[in-house]
Design a protein around this ligand. Sequence first.
Ligand SMILES: Cc1ncc(COP(=O)(O)O)c(C=O)c1O
Length: 390
Amino acid sequence: MKLQNRLQTTEIIESNKIEHRATLKVAYGIEQLEPYKPTSSINIISQKTDMKHYKLDWNEATILPSPKVMKAISEYLQGINNLNWYPEILSNSLRKKLEKYTNVPAENIIVTNGSDDALELINKVFVNHGDQIIVPIPTYTHFYVYAGQRNAEILKIESPDVFKTNLNGILSAITDKTKLIYIVNPNNPTGVMYNETQIREILEFAPHAILIVDEAYYEFAGISMAHLVKEYSNLVVTRTFSKSFGLAAQRVGYLMASSFIVENCLKVFNPKSVNRIGQIAAEAALDDVEHLDAFVRSVTESKRMLKRYFLSKGLDFKITPANYVMVHHPMMPELVKLLEVEGVYVRDRSGQLSNYMRMSVGTVEQTEEVISIFDKVLDQLKKQERENLN
Ligand SMILES: Cc1ncc(COP(=O)(O)O)c(C=O)c1O
């Protein structure tokens, strides 16, 4: 742009008379990008303070994190310079603790600003315009934004049965252009899990591509592929403190990968991107695995209760290895709305899976209460159905 033009533009802004007409263009790939549309009940909950709420729409923990976390944060806030100084570079002490927790060496771990940040990082470092990314669907849709911003071609692999793995579908989609394969294990929202043999097969079939295994729900499922990181240089396993550890607001996640992947990621990764309170909280959470185990046990028992309940009601449902279940109902939008009136917030998944909703699972006590609300709502739906017939 000529200096003369630049001066004119500045004058226009300063005089504030005419709207500034920039000739800016967004980066390649961003123009057509569909933003991720988060739908959370948080606003409704904060407005309706006169009733009990069950926030079951985002697979968060339904209980507070360990008391050790609360203590560590409040002690931290008493200290000097603890808010004005930057966080610990690369979360090194948390990495050390994660080494013990995961059995993966600290140098093969990067602590990120939520596991979303890890997904974005891998896309940023490895994906070029025109590369292909394979994603079995339905999946965690936020991933599309990270892949889409690299202007990659996303191949969404539909399975003949969405509640079963689709290894052949993935393998047959792999080409020379494949750069990334993204598997959520257990999958969000279906709960489908690929086993180690299947994961190995993909890693061996596509040595030129990275396989991301997203283990956001690992603690509930109890099965991990993290040990394969030592064996396969093209594997990335991501995890989070947002779910079983109850730290979603703190935004702490991590990836585990080979030295090759980690070294390249560290070239662009911002070593101060994880906030200090998040680091402190995550470390304290790892010091109280008993708290985590008790919650996971309670969620497991709740899933048994829900199974019995849905069977008794003749509903079609899926209990997943994670902390959520899928429920099918012919009057799905109505069911979701009626539950919301009663303070139970679930996620209508009809867009991805016809007439299904996803509901997070909490403790046994919470589940007892949710079941009694469910009962009430199912009765209301039956009444509505009868009225519709008359
Ligand atoms: C499969 C999956 N991966 C990643 C995330 C994001 O987790 P985080 O809070 O660590 O960014 C979610 C959150 O719902 C998820 O379901």
